[in-house]
Write a protein that binds this ligand. Structure first.
Ligand SMILES: [Zn+2]
Length: 235
């Protein structure tokens, strides 16, 4: 496995995948374009048409960016944001993670997509609501039609926190043998339900980046070694 795919939930009109640690997709502002090694990784995994990503500088906020074709072809600056949306074909949206939740959104009726870098800070700031709202305004998306996938991320098995962290998500703490754990995926699922997303339209990869050594994990100590990329594109 070099790629996690999400074929069950999305149609053939959408490319959606997450890479593993066989290729590092760490982003630096000085190298905003995909390297030849990264491009080769997609070719080797038979993913066609990805020559570049629409890049953002992820800052754990709640800003959503319109990634249109014109900007994609000649991206001059790297905006600070944690979510991207588009309805243009051939624009590869991407977030880079090493424990945060990569979220994929697809509106099959209006042919629009979005990706979210779902770290706990952004989730607390309601970046998911902000992204869905943006798609509603821009593409007439209805939450009940959205199909959503969760990529590999740190799960409750490994997301141990200190007691003082619990105030961020008071309802969600799991205690076992004097330790505290946070289930971020279930927090997101509750937010999605509240926003009107149907449970049957949600797909969870159920993969934990921290226990599963095929992925990079900040918590496991890979902070300097790399990021996995979650990529989505309308074809
Ligand atoms: Zn785990």
């Amino acid at each position: 496995m070099s790629i996690v795919r999400y074929p069950k939930i999305f149609s053939k009109q959408v490319v959606a995948l997450t890479t593993d640690r066989k290729c590092d997709f760490f982003f630096s502002e000085s190298t905003p374009r995909l390297s030849s090694k990264q491009k080769k990784f997609f070719i080797q995994n038979q993913i066609k048409g990805i020559n570049n990503f629409y890049n953002i500088q992820q800052i754990h906020g709640k800003r959503v960016i319109f990634a249109n074709k014109k900007n994609f072809d000649k991206q001059k600056r790297i905006p600070k944001a944690d979510a991207l949306v588009t309805n243009d074909r051939g624009v590869a949206l991407a977030v880079r993670t090493a424990d945060c939740i990569p979220l994929f959104l697809f509106d099959p009726k209006n042919k629009a997509i979005g990706v979210i870098h779902g770290g706990w800070k952004s989730i607390k700031k309601e970046i998911i609501a902000a992204t869905i709202k943006t798609m509603c305004y821009q593409y007439k998306t209805k939450a009940k039609d959205l199909k959503i996938a969760f990529g590999p991320s740190i799960r409750a098995c490994c997301f141990e926190v200190e007691k003082k962290f619990l105030k961020n998500f008071p309802d969600q703490a799991l205690g076992k043998s004097g330790k505290y754990y946070i289930d971020l995926v279930s927090i997101v699922k509750k937010q999605l339900k509240r926003l009107g997303v149907q449970q049957k339209n949600i797909f969870d990869s159920k993969m934990c980046t921290c226990c599963d050594h095929r992925f990079f994990s900040y918590r496991r100590g890979d902070v300097l070694s790399g990021r996995i990329a979650s990529v989505m594109m309308l074809v």
